[in-house]
Design a protein around this ligand. Structure first.
Ligand code: 5GP
Length: 120
């Protein structure tokens, strides 16, 4: 799947639409999800143009992967959920219901999160 430069997270990265930023480093930006599903619900995105984890894991440089991964941990600590626990989640492709085609990791926390997946 080709990267769509007009996806909503690309627009956030370019500053064309607002977001509630909580963290930024050279390779990653983190902001609050517009429709939070837990008391803590943060999205961490790489600054590079990657459609999903599939794309990022295959093509990102080691520096991007390290910068992005460190950002996820740092955001979780800054949000105060490193002790209580949190869940990270990344959707890729149709079976996952990925909505925004720019790779992102969700960080959920601040409450008991229950089962990983709903019962069939
Ligand atoms: P996905 O299903 O692609 O893994 O998740 C996309 C997430 O992006 C959803 O949780 C949705 O609420 C969030 N989202 C969609 N549009 C916006 C937006 O314009 N701003 C922010 N902050 N989050 C968004």
């Amino acid at each position: 799947m080709a990267y769509d430069r007009n996806n909503v997270f690309a627009k956030i990265l370019r500053g064309e639409i607002p977001s509630q930023k909580v963290f930024e480093n050279e390779h990653a930006l983190a902001f609050k999800d517009i429709n939070p599903q837990a008391p803590v619900h943060i999205l961490v995105i790489p600054k590079g143009a990657y459609v999903s984890f599939e794309d990022f894991s295959a093509k990102a440089s080691p520096e991007e992967i390290v910068g992005f991964t460190r950002a996820v941990g740092e955001v979780a600590r800054a949000q105060g959920v490193a002790q209580s626990g949190y869940r990270i989640l990344a959707n890729h492709g149709p079976d996952s219901n990925q909505e925004v085609p720019h790779f992102h990791i969700h960080i959920f926390g601040g409450k008991r999160l229950g089962r990983m997946l709903p019962k069939e």
